[in-house]
Design a protein around this ligand. Structure first.
Ligand code: ZN
Ligand code: ZN
Ligand code: FE
Length: 759
């Protein structure tokens, strides 16, 4: 090694690193790495990321460069490294220099991270000064996005600004060799915030006592509101039926599944069959809720589901609760009443959750902005995210060629927004369904927040929105006085989101967009669409499901029996009679259809599923979106193999009538609903594959892109994907954004980017 110090052997490099590299312990990492490789020089944060000057032996420099990428701190996300030869400056050591220039607005902020192993051991060490401290964190872990109030990411710009560091904390904060060097939320029991358990009969103070009391309450079947990273959870023992039942009742959440936080992987394995990929996803830094196959039915936690949503603890507090004896499987659901956004401000939580929770475990560190838990699963197309929020957002999910900033506002359901700045598409966390006034407020906050983070004003951005003239998101978009507006057809946006994620911008593809509702270019409701095009070429509607009548407008989406009336019009079937037994109030829809009142034309695949579910026995109303289709899928999974019902593809239409006729006949002949449900799925899968193959072949296409909420149906996806692949097609779907409407804003942004000058 000594040879490398010989001046003749010394070389120098100037290196710039881009991506999420600030506030994640990158500079101390560079110092350690340089010292390990006997290199000298300096490193600093600048407007674009991290810049360094490194000198030493050529071999050591090469090794350093490799390690820079492969050994980067867990929180860092490197998007690019630029290396240039430099003049040897003969530094004697390696130092951290003062930051240069204001941190640029475009340096991405890290997402929130789960507590790291080092902090966990320290937290469990009775001799340590952070023993049992629920706000322990370091540069490798802890909150980021949910504590930042503005950029640059510096302590005064976080919700920790009110706490002054004690001397030992400050020493760690200032020491480049410490893992808390510039860890902005650094805290300890002496100088930092604490947790308090609030109950009707008084508060329990002191972290340890508060947490132990909360764990005790949970073990005795109580409901406790627990402050997390991006909001409050409502927690209770997942195995105590009375507790889960009470939670459903008080939260007004009838059927929608609850997520469960398990103490550790061993407990997760006890509850579900986990694949290696499931375990990797569960343990990944995003710590999402992962939908996995349950070993046994969890009738109350996840009614009519074969899967259950599990997640691992991710804050120090979660671990402390389990350490203190909380039940090993806790329902952990968003702290809200049904459909409202998650409560994250303490006063709001007290007001809204007071009537639901028996006690509130409140932490003093404020949450800067709400972030729900993310939901993910391993699907036939690989890792698939269903709700993108805490631990994932905000992050760059795609690069789009646009010199101008673009704000895309998404759709009204499962709303998320996208901002394109410097060609990087940043998707906000999941916001919610905009039909709820509170979610609309949180939409406004998100727009304001995202623009503000990047130093943009409304007048700077091109605004992209859905083609639907009455969507709340559309109306909001039109109120934004931007540089211009772009309306994007819903299913076009779905498919564009896939292409943007895969940077697939050459050649045409066949997009197969299946969902519940989207406003078509002809003013009817689309949702079973075969689109040919790409990001630059307007899509051609090359095929679609056969149109059906949909009586009752929006009501049909909540009442599958109404869909069935519309979809079976012309089948002369008495749906009020056995075996269908539709309720009388549903039968009133017949009059609407006959008179053509409040009846729309639709090609929606989601509504076709609803119709089939009603024909198989789901004759009530749904209490959450997609419920009837999930019920039908669960039913199909329980049947033995059944041949698919027939579908016909002709004149650009995939006709669902033969399929429905066969389903009706089977039911009338007494075939078990489960078998009928299975034959329906099989038939639809084959029909979709045949139609896709016919269209793709006619257009000379080799790639099929799948998007839209219906693809969350695993049973369908697991048949269509291999089917298309076996015919030689490449199949793409969403990975980083949801296939459901949570991905719409990315697609809108991609299309707006392709239209913008300079694209
Ligand atoms: Zn840590
Ligand atoms: Zn301290
Ligand atoms: Fe959609």
């Amino acid at each position: 090694m000594a040879a490398s110090f010989h001046p003749a052997n010394r070389e120098a490099r100037s290196i710039a690193v881009f991506g999420v590299v600030q506030g994640v312990g990158f500079r101390p990492f560079v110092v350690r790495l340089a010292e390990e490789h006997d290199l000298t020089g300096w490193v600093l944060n600048d407007a674009a990321g991290v810049r360094m000057h490194v000198e030493g032996g050529p071999d050591e420099l090469d090794a350093f460069l490799i390690a820079l990428n492969t050994e980067a701190p867990p929180a860092a996300v490197i998007s690019g490294v630029e290396v240039a030869p430099a003049r040897v400056e003969a530094h004697a050591s390696f130092t951290i220099r003062k930051s240069e220039g204001a941190a640029a607005a475009t340096v991405p902020i890290s997402v929130d991270l789960p507590v790291c192993g080092d902090c966990l051991s320290e937290m469990r060490d009775p001799a340590g000064r952070r023993f049992g401290y629920p706000y322990i964190n370091c540069t490798n872990c802890g909150p980021r996005y949910t504590v930042v109030t503005r950029l640059p990411y510096d302590r005064p710009n976080t919700t920790m600004s009110a706490w002054e560091m004690c001397e030992p904390c400050e020493r760690e904060y200032e020491d480049p060799r410490d893992r808390r060097y510039h860890a902005q939320p650094i805290a300890c029991p002496v100088c930092g915030p604490h947790f308090v358990l609030e109950q009707a009969d008084g508060s329990v103070r002191g972290d340890r006592r508060a947490i132990e009391s909360a764990a005790g309450l949970l073990a005795r079947g109580a409901i406790v509101a627990v402050k997390g990273l991006g909001g409050y959870h409502l927690a209770c023992d997942a195995r105590t039926e009375a507790a889960v039942g009470a939670l459903r009742e008080r939260k007004f959440r009838k059927d929608k599944p609850f997520a469960v936080m398990v103490r550790d992987l061993a407990e997760a394995r006890r509850i579900a069959h986990l694949s290696d990929d499931d375990e990797i996803l569960l343990s990944s830094p995003g710590r999402p809720i992962v939908l996995v196959p349950a070993r046994e039915p969890w009738a109350l936690v996840a009614p009519d589901q074969s899967r259950i949503g599990l997640m691992l603890p991710y804050t120090p507090l979660h671990h402390l609760l389990f350490d203190a004896g909380a039940p090993a499987a806790l329902v952990m659901t968003s702290g809200n009443r049904s459909n409202e956004p998650i409560a994250f401000r303490d006063d709001d939580a007290r007001r809204r959750l007071g009537g639901i929770a028996d006690a509130i475990l409140a932490g003093e560190r404020p949450i800067a902005r709400r972030a729900d838990d993310s939901v993910a699963t391993i699907a036939a197309t690989g890792r698939s995210i269903l709700r993108r929020a805490r631990g994932y957002a905000p992050a760059v999910v795609a690069r789009l060629k646009s010199a101008q900033p673009i704000l895309a506002v998404g759709a009204d359901l499962k709303n998320a927004i996208t901002l394109v700045v410097d060609g990087q598409a940043i998707v906000s966390p999941h916001i919610g369904d905009l039909e709820h006034i509170e979610c609309l407020d949180s939409f406004d906050e998100a727009v304001h927040d995202l623009l503000g983070m990047y130093g943009l004003k409304a007048r700077d951005v091109i605004v992209a929105h859905d083609l639907h003239p009455e969507y709340r998101s559309t109306l909001r978009a039109l109120q934004i006085d931007g540089r211009g507006h772009v309306a994007v057809q819903h299913h076009h946006a779905h498919i564009a989101s896939v292409l943007a994620e895969h940077a697939a911008d050459d050649g045409l593809v066949l997009g197969l967009a299946l969902d519940g509702t989207g406003y078509g270019t002809d003013g009817t409701i689309w949702g079973g669409e075969f689109l040919v095009g790409n990001l630059r070429t307007p899509f051609e509607r090359a095929g679609h499901l056969s149109p059906a009548s949909l009586p009752g407008g929006d009501a049909a989406a909540r009442y599958p029996a109404l869909c069935a009336l519309g979809f079976t019009r012309g089948h002369s079937v008495a749906l009020s009679e056995p075996p269908f037994l539709f309720p009388q109030d549903a039968m009133l829809g017949t009059q609407l259809i006959e008179r053509g009142v409040r009846t729309h034309r639709t090609t929606s695949a989601g509504r076709l599923f609803d119709a089939a579910a009603a024909l198989c026995g789901f004759t009530g109303r749904v209490t959450f979106e997609g419920q009837a289709a999930m019920w039908l899928e669960h039913l199909a999974e329980g049947a033995v193999n059944a041949d698919g019902y027939p579908m016909v593809f002709e004149n650009r239409q995939l006709d669902a009538n033969p399929l429905l006729a066969a389903l009706i006949a089977d039911r009338q002949n007494g075939r078990a609903p489960a078998e009928a449900a299975r034959a329906f799925h099989q038939g639809l899968a084959s029909g979709l594959i045949d139609a896709a193959a016919a269209i793709a072949t006619a257009h000379g296409l080799t790639t099929v892109a799948l998007s839209g909420g219906v693809w969350q149906n695993r049973f369908l996806l697991e048949r269509v994907v291999p089917g298309l692949r076996s015919l030689g097609f490449a199949v793409l779907s969403n990975v980083a954004v949801p296939v459901n409407d949570g991905g719409i804003s990315l697609g809108q942004a991609a299309i707006a980017a392709s239209l913008a000058p300079g694209a």
